[in-house]
Write a protein that binds this ligand. Structure first.
Ligand SMILES: Nc1nc2c(c(=O)[nH]1)N[C@H]1C(S)=C(S)[C@@H](COP(=O)(O)O)O[C@H]1N2
Ligand SMILES: [Mo]
Length: 523
C-alpha cells in the first residue's frame, strides 16, 4: 500500500506534466505536445523493417499504438521515479527533468521546429516536479515516514508533524485522506488541462478558400459499376473515405494567408508565391488514382479522385531550370521531404500542385492548402502534402526522408487488381452472383482483368468505364456460385500487354506484388 502510494505519486506527476504540456502545446504548436514530440521522433528513428512490420500488423492503428506505447513507457518510468522520490528526492527530480528534457529535445529537433516548441516540455517539467514534490510529501505523511528535510543553512532535521517520533509504521487516517484528496485533485486538473489542450488544438481548423474554375476541365465522370454490382468500390472515392498515409501524429493546420510556395535550387530565378498567386495560374482538372507503396496485395491504401491544380512544369518553367538537376525535392511545412525524378515530372504526364480534391479545397488531412500529385508514381515519391517548397537538385546532393531510409527513388505503381466482392472468408448464397473489384496500372492503363475460380481457366471479366490511363478500372464477372468452398484469384494486364507480376514481394523497397486470392463459402 505504502509503495503503491509513492509509485502513484510518480505516475500522477507524469500525468500532470503531460497534461500541462498538452495544454501549452494546444496554444503554441500541437505537434510539440510531449508524448507527440517523442512519438514523432520514434517514427523517424524506427528502422525501415520495423516500420513495415508495424504498418502490416497494425494498419492505420499504428499511430494510436505508437502513442499508447510512449505513454505506457513514460508512466512505468514515472512510477520508478515516484518510488525513488521517497528516499532520494533529488534523484527522482533529476529523472523527471531528464524525461521532459528528452521531450523538449524531441520537439526542438523536428525539422521545422521553432524555439517556442520547447515550451510545452518546460511546462511539463514544472508541473511534473511540483506534483512529485507535493504528492510525495503527502504520501510520506500518509505512510508515517519520518520526514527528513533540509531547511535553512544548517540543514535541521524535522520530524513528521502529524505523527511525531514514529519511524515507519502506519500513518494517520487524516494523512491518508489528504493523500487521496491530493491525488484526485491532480487527476481532475490534469484531465481539464488535457481536454483544454485538445479542444484548443482542434479549434484551429483550415480556412475556406475560393477555388477558380479549371481552364482545362476534366470530362464528366461516367456512371460507375457500383450502381449495378453491389460491394464494388465506387468509381470515385469520396474524400472522407480516401486513405490517409503520412508520418504526422498531428495534422498540420496551415494558415493559407501566410502560406507561401518557394521554388529554389538549380534555377535561374528563384521565387516565392502566395496561395492567391498560385491559384491564379492556369488550372487543370484531372482524374487520378493514388496508391501508397505500403499497400499490400488486396489492400486499401488506394483511392481515386478528381484533382484541381497547377501543372508542376508551369511552376518550374517560371523559375527556369539551370544545370542538370535530376530530382524535384519537395518540402512540406513540417520539414518532411519527398524526391520526385525530374525526368518523370517532365515526360508530359499531368504532375501537378493540387489545391482541390473532388470539387472542394484540400482537406487538412490531404494536404491543405497545396500538395503534389504525380500520376503513375507511388505517393511517397510524388504526392507531398502541405507542400511549401520545391528545390531543383540532384540525388547525389540531397536525399529525401524515404530515400535516406533506403526506399526506391523511382517508384512507378505496379499493375495490380483487387477483389472487392465477395469479401474474403465471407459466406454467400448459391446461384447467380458477381465477382467484382478494381484494377490499376497508372499511366499505362488497364488492358484486361481476368478471374480464376478454383482450378478453372482464367476468364476475362467485363470492365467498367474508361476514365483514362491514370485512373483505376472497375471490373466484374458473372458467376453461378455452386455450394462449397471456393478460391477466387484475380490478375490484371496493362494496355501494353504486360501482366502484373505474380511473384510475391513486400512493399519495401518499391511496392508489393503478387496475385490476390480470396476464399469464400457458398451455402
Ligand atoms: N508531408 C507529407 N506528405 C506526404 C506524406 C507524408 O508523410 N508527409 N506521405 C506520402 C505518402 S507515403 C502517401 S501514400 C500520400 C498519401 O496521401 P493521402 O494521405 O492524401 O492519401 O501522401 C504522401 N505525402
Ligand atoms: Mo505511401
Amino acid at each position: 500500500m505504502t509503495r503503491l502510494r509513492f509509485a502513484l505519486s510518480g505516475i500522477l506527476a507524469a500525468v500532470a506534466g503531460i497534461a500541462a504540456g498538452h495544454l501549452v502545446a494546444g496554444f503554441l504548436a500541437p505537434a510539440s505536445s510531449p508524448v507527440l514530440a517523442i512519438g514523432s521522433t520514434v517514427i523517424d528513428l524506427t528502422p525501415t523493417p520495423v516500420k513495415e512490420w508495424a504498418i502490416a500488423t497494425f494498419g492505420t492503428n499504428d499511430k494510436v499504438i505508437l502513442q499508447g506505447s510512449v505513454l505506457v513507457v513514460t508512466l512505468v518510468l514515472a512510477a520508478v521515479a515516484g518510488l525513488l522520490a521517497r528516499r532520494r528526492m533529488p534523484v527522482a527530480i533529476g529523472f523527471i527533468v531528464l524525461l521532459t528534457g528528452l521531450a523538449g529535445a524531441a520537439a526542438l529537433l523536428r525539422p521545422a521546429a521553432r524555439p517556442l516548441d520547447a515550451l510545452p516540455a518546460v511546462a511539463a517539467m514544472a508541473a511534473g516536479v511540483a506534483t512529485l514534490v507535493w504528492l510525495t510529501r503527502l504520501a510520506r505523511t500518509a505512510s508515517g515516514d519520518v520526514v527528513q528535510e533540509t531547511s535553512g543553512p544548517r540543514g535541521s532535521v524535522m520530524t513528521n508533524a502529524t505523527d511525531p517520533g514514529r519511524t515507519s509504521t502506519a500513518g494517520s487516517t487524516a494523512g491518508r485522506r489528504r493523500f487521496l484528496g491530493g491525488a484526485l485533485g491532480v487527476t481532475a486538473l490534469a484531465v481539464l488541462a488535457a481536454v483544454g489542450g485538445q479542444l484548443r488544438a482542434g479549434a484551429q481548423s483550415v480556412k475556406k478558400v475560393v477555388l477558380p474554375a479549371a481552364a482545362d476541365q476534366a470530362t464528366a465522370l461516367p456512371k460507375g459499376l457500383e450502381t449495378t454490382v453491389s460491394g464494388i468500390s465506387p468509381l470515385r472515392t469520396p474524400t472522407d473515405t480516401f486513405y490517409r498515409v503520412d508520418t504526422n501524429l498531428v495534422v498540420p493546420q496551415v494558415d493559407v494567408d501566410t502560406w507561401t510556395l518557394e521554388v529554389d535550387g538549380m534555377v535561374e530565378k528563384p521565387f516565392t508565391m502566395t496561395f492567391a498567386e498560385l491559384a491564379a495560374m492556369p488550372l487543370i482538372e484531372r482524374d487520378i488514382t493514388m496508391t501508397c507503396v505500403s499497400n499490400e496485395v488486396g489492400g486499401g491504401y488506394i483511392g481515386s479522385a478528381r484533382w484541381l491544380g497547377v501543372r508542376l512544369t508551369d511552376v518550374l518553367d517560371r523559375a527556369g531550370i539551370t544545370g542538370s538537376p535530376d530530382q524535384v525535392l519537395s518540402t512540406a511545412v513540417d520539414g518532411f521531404t519527398i524526391s520526385t525524378p525530374l525526368a518523370v515530372v517532365r515526360d508530359g504526364r499531368d504532375a501537378m500542385i493540387a489545391i482541390g480534391m473532388n470539387g472542394a479545397q484540400l482537406s487538412d488531412t490531404h494536404g491543405f492548402p497545396a500538395r503534389l500529385i504525380t500520376p503513375g508514381l507511388y505517393g511517397f515519391v510524388g504526392a507531398t502534402k502541405w507542400l511549401t517548397k520545391l528545390t531543383l537538385t540532384t540525388y547525389a546532393a540531397d536525399q529525401s526522408y524515404w530515400t535516406k531510409r533506403q526506399w526506391a527513388t523511382d517508384a512507378p505503381i505496379k499493375t495490380s487488381a483487387r477483389i472487392d466482392t465477395p469479401a474474403p472468408l465471407s459466406t454467400i448464397k448459391a446461384g447467380a452472383t458477381a465477382i467484382g473489384g478494381v484494377a490499376w496500372a497508372q499511366h499505362r492503363g488497364v488492358g484486361t482483368v481476368e478471374v480464376k475460380v478454383d482450378d478453372g481457366q482464367w476468364q476475362k471479366t467485363k470492365l467498367g468505364p474508361d476514365v483514362g490511363i491514370d485512373y483505376w478500372r472497375q471490373w466484374y464477372l458473372e458467376w453461378d456460385a455452386k455450394p462449397g468452398l471456393h478460391r477466387i484469384a484475380v490478375r490484371a494486364t496493362d494496355r501494353s500487354g504486360r501482366a502484373q507480376i505474380t511473384e510475391r514481394a513486400t512493399p519495401f523497397p518499391s511496392g508489393s506484388s503478387g496475385i490476390q486470392e480470396v476464399v469464400v463459402t457458398v451455402a
